[in-house]
Design a protein around this ligand. Sequence first.
Ligand code: NAD
Length: 502
Amino acid sequence: MLPGSMDTIRNWINGRAAESKSERHGEVFNPATGEVQKSVGFSTVPEVDEAVANAKAALASWQHASIATRTRVLFAYRELVNRNKNEIAKLLTMEHGKVLSDALGEVTRGLEVVEYACGLAELLKGEISENVSTEVDSYSMRQPVGVVAGITPFNFPAMVPMWMYPMALACGNTFVLKPSERDPSVTLYCAQLLKEAGLPDGVFNVVHGDKVAVDRLLDHPDVGALSFVGSTPIAKYIYETGTRNGKRVQALGGAKNHMVVLPDADMDLAADAAVGAGYGSAGERCMAISVLVAVGNAADRLIPKIMERIAALKVGNGLDPESQMGPLITRAHRDKVASYVGRGAEEGAAVLVDGRTLKVKGHENGFFLGPTLLDHVKPGMSCYQDEIFGPVLGVSRVATYEEAIRMIHEHPYGNGTAIFTNDGGAARKFRHEIQVGMVGINVPIPVPMSYYSFGGWKQSLFGDLHIYGPDGIRFYTRNKVVIERWPDPRFRGVDLGFPQNK
Ligand code: NAD
């Protein structure tokens, strides 16, 4: 089903797989075995230009396609993704490494955005006011931006692109996607399903590659808007460059999510949540919990429960249904994550569980790192300040609720956070005052449903609008307001004055 040979992952331009013209390419690994399984061409500037030119040509008809037509294509796509979700999940596991059940969850959450976009008939309704002045009516409508681009990270190769293109296509835009070069096959599979669903050629295009392709999208005069999801330094660069070039940009960045545990919390519930949210997908989630802020005596009661659960975790090849946690994306990333454990110990953290010693039998060359637990983590330590993006959970001990809040507020990121407590008043106070975009109460990973929008605060998002949901509709459309009158002969005549509303 994958277009092209199994070895080379190609661009998708104007409804077909395109031969790579690049001399540069990247290796796509199977992280569980450490073997290179495919290669991907890194697009040149002319290849990106070709994709944008096709998207621009397709815009002429797609932006005028009826609401009924656009809905039917999205609905058919929803059915195709649903029918093929196991296949997509498998492809994803083989390049990303996450376990199959997690990959399937990713596809399902992406699918929810497609389902939301199927409601475009309701979502794109404008507003109307009769008689804004005597016999004058006014109304608004939302129209597509034009050619829009998406640049996405490695950690959700199916879901994060689905945060973007179903919304953009529903609004009548055409799309150029630059997926992560580390696990690019899923995108191509989805491009083929879009075609099968009846999407006209050129409406959705994929260019693989690195900074060269991204920079061309940032510069291209025919690209009207860019959605980016990835690390904070790149998000900031994309936002600054794109907006300087006059484009609309939303750029979602990295995270360091704190989970506050108050002494009155249900410690079994909190331990289950911390282990799931800290080590799920090997910690390679922007909504992963990476710091547990234990208030009062919570740490002493929580840590033994967490250690018990870690001891029972099965780490292995994501394709093995027994595995609960897979490898990291590359060897270099694995080594970088491991280096934070060593540095944490040097800076005064206690290593309670050391994942660096893990060996996965039969997968000695895989990029595995076991679940790691650090205690006495403090602001200022690199393992506290930086986004590690691996299976390393730190515990910070604080005396009071106020101290916990101060830590969260002083951290540069503000993506997600959670509080675990049985005190409704404390939970309410937390959700009201916390300076973070997505908040969980006894829920460790509060990813908003498709009909809300997803986005962090502070260094976790650059731009004004969150992604998908109602903000997605706003981002991918421009508002137009019309004032209309069918003149009555009584009101004719020249009037040079600014009209007074009567
Ligand atoms: P990344 O920033 O390295 O790459 C993201 C995209 O940018 C990729 O397509 C990549 O090819 C491109 N890119 C990389 N370097 C570039 C450069 N110098 N110039 C132009 N483009 C460049 O991120 P990643 O490692 O793929 O993904 C992990 C990061 O993404 C983490 O920081 C994670 O928190 C973040 N993330 C955030 C969210 C969110 O919603 N806030 C969601 C998922 C992932």
